[in-house]
Design a protein around this ligand. Structure first.
Ligand code: CP
Length: 316
């Protein structure tokens, strides 16, 4: 693996899942693989799971890890071409990424969508700039349009908990008071489409994902109808793609409740976290036996360690 920007960088998903299984069985088996190799974890947005699971994963492989919160410890970055930099931004990404590329063997970047300019966000301007100007393998720790480390961890978790060979997986939109990116939903759909699952997406009208993301996945606008016979319910909010970045509704009737979970095939409840209790999902579901959100979070170490393992093996 040369980089990990999206599922497109995975040539053999089955083999990657097998590697993840081995790593989970013995996470300390490759402590010398990353000896004298370093990773810079660069955050342009907040994080709990990603920042700590990425550190844990790199340490498990014996790498040196350095973390930078750009907004609190770095210079404000400029990304535009030919910009007269007489405003807030003190440093251009060309120099910043170039410097980081000289300090580290691998760079991992978190940079959320602006939710203001869809064309810019979907061009992945920030991730592409770091890839271009650092000259080093880049790992996507959630970009404007994708969160592949989360989706990989979600797939590992589904494989660990599935009872059916080809489980029914429902991605359900749920309400949220703030406008959130489509990144998690986009990656979840892309990774499920590449997997042995029956995927159904349910959301209110106006929350359709990009055509190239959803492809031929069935969209059911009636949430309770979608839940019938589901083996996994994955809840997530996202803002509108068509009316870009807008909240069209906060209808509480879309919250995940035990009553709705009772319509399923004893489905497991999933969410990437952080989650707003009694907004996205009611306490009883999150605290109940069907919830596997902590398993997902635990597998964030495994997804990152597997990706890093492959990059160390194949590209460094
Ligand atoms: N799921 C996830 O990426 O969590 P953090 O935003 O806390 O990293």
């Amino acid at each position: 693996m040369k980089q990990f920007l999206s599922i497109n960088d995975v040539t053999d998903l089955r083999a990657l899942l097998e590697k993840a299984k081995q790593i989970k069985l013995n996470p300390n088996a490759n402590r010398s693989l990353g000896k004298n190799k370093s990773i810079g974890l660069i955050f342009l947005n907040p994080s709990l799971r990603t920042r700590l699971s990425a550190q844990r994963a790199a340490l498990n492989l014996g790498m040196d890890v350095v973390l930078l919160d750009v907004n609190s410890g770095g210079w404000k970055l400029e990304f535009g071409d030919s910009v007269i930099m007489n405003g807030d931004s003190a440093e251009h990404v060309k120099e910043a990424a170039g410097v980081l590329g000289r300090y580290f063997d691998v760079l991992a970047i978190r940079s959320f969508a602006s939710l203001k300019d869809r064309t810019k966000d979907y061009s992945e301007e920030v991730l592409s700039a770091f890839a271009t100007y650092s000259g080093k393998p880049i790992i996507n720790m959630e970009s404007a349009t994708g969160h592949p480390l989360q989706a990989f961890a979600d797939l590992i978790t589904i494989n660990e908990h599935k009872v059916q060979e080809r489980p029914k997986v429902v991605l359900s939109w749920a309400p949220h008071p703030k406008a959130l990116p489509q990144a998690v939903a986009n990656s979840f759909v892309r990774w499920m489409r590449a997997s042995e699952v029956e995927l159904v997406v349910t959301h209110p009208a106006g929350y359709e994902l990009a055509d190239e993301v959803i492809g031929s996945v069935p969209v059911v606008y009636e949430q309770q109808e979608a839940f019938a016979d589901a083996d996994f319910i994955y809840a997530k909010n996202w803002s509108s793609y068509t009316n870009y970045g807008k909240i069209l509704t906060t209808d509480p009737s879309w919250m995940i409740t035990q009553e709705k979970m009772n319509l399923t095939n004893q489905a497991k409840f999933m969410h990437c976290l952080p989650v707003r209790r009694n907004v996205i999902v009611e306490d009883g579901v999150l605290d109940g036996e069907s919830s596997i959100v902590l398993h997902q979070a635990e597998n964030r170490i495994i997804s990152m360690q597997t990706v890093l393992h492959q990059i160390l093996k194949e590209s460094l």
